[in-house]
Design a protein around this ligand. Structure first.
Ligand SMILES: [Fe+2]
Length: 384
């Protein structure tokens, strides 16, 4: 067992069907007068912003809305959004959507609070002090960004995903309202759900795991294994939607304290270069990263397999571990996700560059097994 670990949950989590309608009281508690909304066109188009506006208007007026966040948000989008929020004299940021609007909002708060350029704050613990408050309202069950101290923003100049990490990035409040996830299309439900699964799995084997993150991660793995197929195949099933929203948040809490690994390092490289959906890239890379790591963490991979419902009866440990990895691949397949990098437009000759990028990605430093550039390349080749 570890000699030292750290665990904290800095975000207040509120859960209820229809909770978005009751935002007014939350805003009041935060003492804000000029809430500024950050979303994307999909959220607005699906009508998800209406209950939020109703909830806000019960207390105060909306200072402004920025709904032009793209799927993989970028440095220039953050700077543009921060300028709009500043011009509106915002004193609270409300982010609604998937990982991209939530991460954008976190980064916007840095500029809104301290000024300057986003690139000045890249890295770990660079942000000097507390930020303007934020309410995070996820409409996907995936990133867990509503409870993590991270933001990932694409640098369009370098075609790279930049990581920002600081406890000050944690949203003040997370609103979990499963009704907001009901209309999420099957492919997005699948990709974001598999991303949440990867957070739990990578956290569980990370060098920074702790008994606290273990509990959250194993429960999340079990919930996702049990409910993701139903959420994808029967979007109106609110039991599955609710369990997935809770599972993604639990996985986010786990990885907020215990970080990621080689699977995210590879997916960041693929997403940065080829703009693939993060969850889709994760889904393709996950079985290969799991196989690589299972060789050094067999006990933990046995527990992952059991959390996924794999029986140990009549099987050797190696067979149980292999069955656990196969269960993840089967889940992604059943949810309609592609299984190879070539399926999402990655050419084979791009793999060495992707391996070089992934080998120095921040996520890889907490992987349980050291991964050289050549080893990452071999994993990418297997995934191609
Ligand atoms: Fe992720």
């Amino acid at each position: 067992m570890q000699e030292f670990f750290e665990f904290g949950i800095g975000t207040r989590v509120l859960y209820k069907h229809g909770l978005a309608h009751e935002l007014g009281s939350v805003i009041e508690e935060l003492g804000a007068q000029r809430p500024f909304i950050i979303a994307d066109k999909g959220v607005v188009g699906a009508g998800l912003i209406e209950p939020i506006l109703t909830g806000i208007n019960a207390h105060s007026e909306v200072a402004g809305i920025f709904d032009a966040v793209p799927a993989n948000s970028s440095v220039s989008v953050v700077m543009e959004c921060a300028a709009a929020a500043s011009a509106a004299a915002a004193d609270l940021i409300i982010a609604i959507g998937g990982g991209s609007p939530l991460d954008t909002a976190k980064a916007v708060r840095i500029i809104l609070t301290f000024g300057g350029h986003l690139l000045d704050y890249q890295g770990y613990n660079v942000i000097p002090d507390r930020l303007i408050p934020m309410i995070a309202i996820p409409t996907t069950s995936g990133t867990g960004s509503e409870v993590t101290p991270y933001a990932v923003i694409r640098d369009e100049e370098q075609d790279l995903k930049l990581s920002f990490a600081s406890r000050y990035l944690l949203p003040d409040v997370a609103i979990l309202d499963p009704l907001l996830t009901r209309t999420l299309p099957p492919m997005l439900t699948a990709a974001t759900g598999i991303d949440a699964l990867s957070h739990a799995i990578e956290t569980f084997v990370s060098t920074e795991n702790s008994p606290f993150s273990d509990g959250l991660a194993l429960t999340a793995i079990n919930l996702i294994g049990t409910h993701l197929r139903t959420a994808v195949q029967q979007g109106e099933n609110m039991e599955a939607r609710s369990q997935m929203l809770i599972a993604a948040c639990m996985a986010g809490m786990a990885c907020a304290n215990s970080y990621f690994g080689v699977i995210h390092a590879m997916a960041h490289a693929v997403g940065g270069k080829f703009h693939a959906h993060h969850g889709t890239a994760i889904s393709i890379c996950m079985p290969h990263g799991m196989r690589f790591n299972s060789e050094v963490e067999p006990e933990r991979y046995l527990r992952i397999a059991q959390a996924l419902g794999v029986s140990r009866e009549g099987r050797s440990d190696a067979e149980v571990i292999a069955a656990g990895i196969a269960a993840v691949a089967a889940l992604a397949h059943d949810c309609g996700l592609p299984s190879r990098l070539r399926d999402i437009g990655v050419p084979e000759d791009a793999l060495p560059d992707l391996a070089a990028t992934a080998a120095i990605d921040g996520a890889i430093f907490h992987n349980p097994r050291e991964a050289s550039e050549d080893e990452v390349l071999a994993l990418l080749q297997a995934a191609w």
